[in-house]
Design a protein around this ligand. Structure first.
Ligand SMILES: [Zn+2]
Length: 432
């Protein structure tokens, strides 16, 4: 189902003209009202009148997360503070948080793009959306909330955690749509099984999962265990929260709502824009944002773009599901390794659960990667010999994929801590 056919199926030449127009107004506003951007543009010798269309985007400066932190909290506001109606921030676990300040117009855009997102999985007025994304400064909860309200669906703002209550509400309120992180959905499925609750009997038809990278194998696992259509959604606090992009029912990449968010993929080292199909860092320009707009924001997410037509009829460019983050990319003995690559391999193995952790250590100046994977009850009750054979088989598979030797350790069921939000996949013990 397409929420806004006017914009989501706009012919590409018209879309490009619209993007160019919107970029022009954005650059004008930023140059006049945000000293941070005026200084950056002046340093590059570029003036607003140099930007005549979307093709001129590359003349403009990139923006990094560190720069956003430097001007914390209000240094990127493009309107008076009294125009701001809501503020969200990132978690700030690794330094000062980054701030997203919304005008009433920004909230309206957020509701619109989230309505488009939820509609991709068929959410309509009659649906009951159990929103298990966290409410608060984190954007997941309210983003889904605004989108569901816009559609006219019923929202249950249960927020994250409290798994027993999640299951009770799924049953009692007959929720038809579930939203949470992908890892939490599997945790819910596991808890349901323990309570003897058959997910098939519940009637949840679609799930929208995001806020952490996940693999195609994990999708299959989720769809089998929860009996629903699992849709990958994408967004980040700096840009608007969720609502930047979403898969459609064809699950062949995420449609970027590019009338609002213009994507580029760059080479992480040189900053040069890469052609479609080449992997690099996703960069986004907020074409319509009023409160805290960003020019060419480096998301640190690794993906590539695909402009081939999609059977759903949407004309927007699609991004491949996020392959990893430039900051959670592990460099093991000089090889770039993303947790999602490892996940893809281990989840194909018989007898293991989708719960794993990567532990990196440095011994005698050599990096060692230990992959801890949970066994299911059945494998756990098998002979040691069989466990060892399984470990060796996973090691061989990982070597074939990554070209590095890893140590695989099967751990007993439930040994790996469960998360109610984003899963912690990597423990890096190296001190450099
Ligand atoms: Zn599509």
């Amino acid at each position: 189902m397409i929420w806004n056919t006017d914009y989501e199926t706009l012919p590409r030449d018209e879309l490009r003209a619209l993007q160019g127009q919107r970029l022009g107004s954005l650059v004008d506003a930023l140059y006049r009202r945000v000293p941070f951007y005026r200084a950056k543009m002046d340093a590059m010798g570029v003036k607003p009148h140099d930007i005549q269309g979307i093709g001129d985007l590359e003349k403009l400066p990139l923006t990094t997360k560190d720069e956003m932190r430097d001007v914390y909290p209000y240094g990127l506001l493009a309107v008076d503070l009294k125009e701001i109606v809501e503020i969200h921030t990132s978690s700030g676990t690794t330094g000062k948080p980054v701030v997203d300040a919304y005008t009433a117009g920004d909230i309206e855009v957020w509701s619109e793009v989230m309505a488009r997102t939820l509609a991709t999985g068929g959410t309509g007025r009659h649906d009951i959306v159990q929103n298990a994304f966290g409410y608060g400064l984190f954007t997941g909860g309210l983003g889904v909330h605004y989108g569901a309200r816009k559609i006219g669906a019923t929202v249950i703002p249960i927020s994250g955690g409290n798994t027993k209550r999640q299951l009770a509400i799924l049953q009692d309120f007959k929720s038809t749509v579930l939203t949470c992180t992908p890892s939490y959905s599997l945790y819910l499925a596991e808890a349901a099984r323990e309570e003897g609750l058959d997910m098939r009997s519940l009637g949840v038809k679609a799930g929208f999962f995001g806020a952490e990278p996940w693999s195609e194998t994990m999708r299959k696992e989720i769809e089998e265990k929860l009996h629903l259509l699992a849709i990958d959604i994408y967004g980040l606090t700096e840009i608007i929260g969720p609502g930047v992009a979403s898969e459609c029912e064809h699950q062949n990449g995420l449609h970027i709502f590019e009338d609002h968010f213009y994507p580029e993929v760059i080479d992480t080292k040189t900053g040069k824009v890469l052609p479609d199909g080449e992997k690099g860092e996703l960069v986004i320009t907020t074409l319509t944002k009023e409160g805290s707009p960003l020019l060419r924001y480096r998301t640190r997410d690794i993906t590539y773009l695909d402009r081939s037509p999609c059977p759903c009829g949407r004309t927007s460019v699609r991004m491949h599901r996020v392959l990893g983050r430039t900051d959670d990319m592990l460099i093991i003995r000089g090889v770039n390794v993303f947790p999602s690559q490892i996940e893809e391999v281990i989840l194909k193995v018989e007898g293991v659960e989708p719960h794993y952790q990567l532990v990196v250590e440095r011994r005698d100046n050599l990096d060692e990667l230990e992959v801890q994977v949970e066994m299911n009850e059945k494998l756990f009750s098998d002979e040691i010999k069989i466990l060892e054979r399984t470990e060796k088989a996973i090691e061989a598979e990982l070597y074939a994929t990554l070209n590095i030797h890893t140590r695989v350790k099967l751990v007993e069921p439930k040994a790996i801590a469960r998360s109610e939000g984003k899963a912690k996949r990597v423990i890096d013990k190296r001190t450099l």
